[in-house]
Design a protein around this ligand. Structure first.
Ligand SMILES: [Zn+2]
Length: 84
């Protein structure tokens, strides 16, 4: 997905076991609610489809993080959920 271009801004670009939620710019906890709000309130069809795609991407990344967390306690996914 195009949203993962923000992974290129991160160092290192790829790190196995890293949870992208809360780490990358377009995956931050401040931006994710905007995707879900936009999916409801944006009227432009094409933009809304892109936003819905982003929202689903966040869901899949989140599931990925939960899955990683269940497999690996030392992965960065554990840092994201430590406060919960
Ligand atoms: Zn992602």
């Amino acid at each position: 997905m195009l949203v993962d271009v923000d992974h290129l801004l991160a160092t290192p670009i790829f790190q196995p076991g890293r949870c992208s939620i809360g780490f990358h710019v377009l995956h931050s906890e401040y931006v994710i609610p905007l995707y879900f709000l936009g999916a409801f309130f944006i009227r432009h069809k094409i933009i809304r489809l892109v936003i819905i795609g982003l929202a689903f991407h966040m869901i899949t990344d989140f599931i990925d993080c939960l899955w990683m967390l269940s497999k690996c306690e030392t992965c960065s996914a554990a840092e994201v959920f430590r406060g919960l």
